[in-house]
Unconditional design. Structure first.
Length: 549
C-alpha cells in the first residue's frame, strides 16, 4: 500500500539552487511507510537531484519462487501544492536487466540502496515516456519486516521542465506489489460444460482446463485445442489474442513475469490519489458533485454521494468546501467528522469505484490494468486445477461473522477460521469491505490467509476486481501499455489500448465480493468477466499491475 510521509525539506541555497519547500503530510498504509524524505544533493550539470527517504513494510519476503516489492514514484508541485505532476527519474549506469518486458536498470548510478535490509532497485524503461518509478525489493532471500534508511532515487527535474531556481514541493508514494514470475499455468476448471460456475475457460474438444505456455497468439473458438467458454454472457466466444512475445505488442496472457498489487486499492490510497488532482479531475473521480463553484455538499461521503457512511465507504469531505481549487479528502468511516483517525478505515478496501476510477489510478501511478488471464495466474500459480477452487487452491472457505478493531490497521475477523469476505460478511453492523489482507494477520497457511499462490491477498472476495477481458474486441486490443503518471484535464486515463473509461467495454469483473454468493469467488468463475459496467456500485474495487522489466 502506498504512503505519503513528507515533502522534501528546504535546503540551503548555498548548496542547492533548486528551491524545495517543506510540506508535511502524514499517512500510513497496511504495514508500509515512507518517512524522512529530503533532498540530499543536486547535480546542476546533469540537472538531477537525489531524493532520500526511509522505507519499511511488514511481512516482506524473497524466496526461490518469487518476492514482494514496493513500487515507488514521486510527484512534484511548483505552485505550493495546488497541482501535482509526475516526476521523471534518471537511470544511467548500473546493470541492464530484462525479464521479458521492455527492460530496465538495476541499481543505477547515483542511487543509494540505503542501510538496513539489503535492497535492490530496478528502474523500468519506458521508451515513450522515460523512467516513471522504481521497484524496491530484497536483494537476497529472507522474510520479515523490511526496514531500510537512506534510500535515494535520482530525479531528472530538467525532463519535467523545471530549472535550478524553480520552487517545488515533492511527495513520495509507494505501493506494495508481488512479483509473479514467468511460468506456464492453467485457466478454467474441469468439466466445463456441466460445472455450476459461470462460463469458465476450457480447452475446446477436451473440456479440460486450458494451459497457457507462452505469450504467443491464442485462438478463441470451436476448433480442437482452442480456448473457449460457454455462453455469450462471457463474451463473443471468438477472436484471437494477439502475439505478445515482444512485450507491449499484444494482449498480456500472464505467461511472462509481471508485478501485481499485493492488496486491493485501499481507501487511504484512493484518498491520497484524490488529494493530488485538480478540482476538475477530482470532480470526475467521485460521485458527489464538487464542481468548481460548489461550496456546500450533502453527500459528504463522496464515493456514493451520501450523508453518512454506507457499506463502509469512508472517504469524505468536510462541508463547506472552497469554491475554487482542489478539495481536501480524508477517511472517516466511523462518521465522527474527524478525519484520518486511527480507526477511520484507511486500510479498508476502496469500494464504489468504477472502471474509469481504477484505470485513472493505474495511469496516475505509472502502472496498468491487468487481464483476466493474469488474474487466474496470480491466484492459481502453475498448479493443476482444483475443481471449484478459490484463490488459496482449495474449496475450504469461511466468512467473517463480525470484526474486532473496526477501522484500525489491525482489524481482524471476530471468528476463527474466516478466510474470505462474501455473502454479506459481518452482518448488518459491518456490511461492506474489510481491511485488506485481514485474514493473514494470524494465519500460518495459505488457506488460512486466503492468499493466492504467489502471495497476493484477497483475490477471492472482499471487493471485486476490474480486469481486461478476452471476451470482446475492445478487450483483446489491450497491449499492456503503462501509465505515464498523467491524466486528462477531466481526470481520465488516456492510454489508447485500454478499454474506454466512458463505456468500460473491454473490461469486466473477477474474484467475487463481500456481498456475492460463494460461487463467484471461485478462480474460474467468469460470471461478470465481460460485463462492461461503467457505473460505481457498492462492492466494486480494484487493483493494478505492471509488466516486469
Amino acid at each position: 500500500m502506498f504512503s505519503i510521509k513528507k515533502d522534501f525539506k528546504g535546503i540551503s541555497l548555498a548548496v542547492i539552487f533548486f528551491i524545495f519547500a517543506f510540506f508535511p503530510v502524514a499517512s500510513m498504509a497496511n504495514g508500509l511507510a515512507v518517512s524522512n524524505v529530503s533532498i540530499v544533493s543536486q547535480n546542476e550539470t546533469n540537472q538531477t537531484a537525489n531524493v532520500q527517504f526511509d522505507i519499511t513494510w511488514n511481512n516482506s519476503w524473497r524466496n526461490a519462487i518469487n518476492y514482494d516489492a514496493a513500487w515507488v514514484f514521486v510527484k512534484f508541485s511548483t505552485d505550493h501544492g495546488v497541482t501535482w505532476n509526475h516526476a521523471t527519474l534518471a537511470a544511467t549506469g548500473g546493470s541492464t536487466v530484462s525479464d521479458g518486458g521492455t527492460g530496465g536498470v538495476l541499481n543505477p548510478t547515483g542511487y543509494s540502496l540505503g542501510s538496513g535490509t539489503g535492497l535492490q532497485i530496478i528502474v523500468p524503461t519506458e521508451a515513450s515516456s522515460g523512467y516513471k518509478g522504481a521497484f524496491l525489493q530484497r536483494a537476497s532471500n529472507g522474510e520479515g519486516t523490511l526496514n531500510t534508511t537512506g534510500v535515494q532515487l535520482v530525479w531528472n527535474w530538467a525532463a519535467d521542465g523545471l530549472t535550478a531556481t524553480t520552487p517545488a514541493r515533492v511527495k513520495v508514494f509507494a505501493i506494495e506489489m508481488v512479483y509473479i514470475p514467468t511460468a506456464s499455468f492453467y485457466v478454467g476448471t474441469p468439466t466445463a460444460n456441466i460445472h455450476s460456475l459461470d462460463w469458465p475457460f476450457y480447452e475446446y474438444g477436451t473440456n479440460n482446463p486450458y494451459q497457457i505456455t507462452s505469450e504467443g497468439p491464442i485462438t478463441i473458438g470451436t476448433s480442437n485445442g482452442d480456448l473457449y467458454y460457454n455462453s455469450t454472457f462471457g463474451g463473443d466466444q471468438t477472436g484471437t489474442l494477439p502475439d505478445n512475445t515482444t512485450s507491449g505488442t499484444g494482449f498480456p496472457k500472464g505467461y511472462e513475469a509481471f508485478y501485481r498489487m499485493k492488496y486491493d486499492i485501499t481507501q487511504g490510497e484512493y484518498r491520497d490519489f484524490l488529494n493530488t488532482l485538480t478540482r476538475n479531475q477530482q470532480a470526475t473521480r467521485v460521485a458527489t458533485n464538487i464542481a468548481t463553484g460548489v461550496t456546500t455538499v450533502g453527500g459528504v461521503y463522496v464515493m456514493n454521494d451520501d450523508t453518512t457512511t454506507y457499506s463502509r465507504s469512508g472517504i469524505r469531505v468536510i462541508s463547506p468546501i472552497p469554491s475554487t481549487g482542489p478539495v481536501t479528502f480524508g477517511c472517516d468511516v466511523n462518521n465522527t467528522g474527524t478525519l484520518n483517525g486511527s480507526n477511520d478505515g484507511e486500510w479498508i478496501a476502496a469500494n464504489f469505484l468504477d472502471w474509469a476510477d481504477v484505470i485513472a489510478y493505474a495511469a496516475w501511478t505509472g502502472l496498468r490494468p491487468f487481464t483476466e488471464l493474469e488474474y487466474e495466474k496470480a491466484a492459481r500459480g502453475p498448479n493443476a486445477v482444483v475443481d471449484g477452487e478459490y484463490a488459496w487452491g482449495s474449496t475450504v472457505i469461511a466468512r467473517p461473522t463480525g470484526i474486532n478493531n473496526s477501522g484500525q490497521n489491525n482489524e481482524v475477523a471476530s471468528n476463527a477460521g474466516a478466510n474470505a469476505a462474501y455473502d454479506n460478511s459481518g452482518g448488518t453492523g459491518t456490511f461492506g469491505p474489510f481491511r485488506v489482507g485481514m485474514f493473514a494477520s494470524t494465519a500460518t497457511t495459505r488457506v488460512q490467509a486466503g492468499a493466492g499462490y504467489y502471495g497476493n491477498m484477497d483475490l477471492s472476495g472482499n471487493v471485486t476486481k476490474f480486469a481486461v477481458t478476452v471476451g470482446n474486441a475492445q478487450g483483446r486490443a489491450f497491449i499492456g501499455s503503462h501509465g505515464t503518471g498523467v491524466l486528462s484535464v477531466a481526470g481520465d486515463a488516456t492510454n489508447t489500448d485500454w478499454p474506454s473509461p466512458t463505456t468500460a467495454v473491454g473490461s469486466g469483473l473477477r474474484g467475487g465480493t463481500f456481498n456475492n454468493n460463494v460461487q463467484y469467488l471461485s478462480i474460474a468463475d467468469r460470471g461478470f468477466a465481460a460485463s462492461a459496467l461503467p457505473n460505481r456500485n457498492t462492492p466494486y474495487g480494484g487493483r493494478v499491475a505492471r509488466t516486469s522489466p
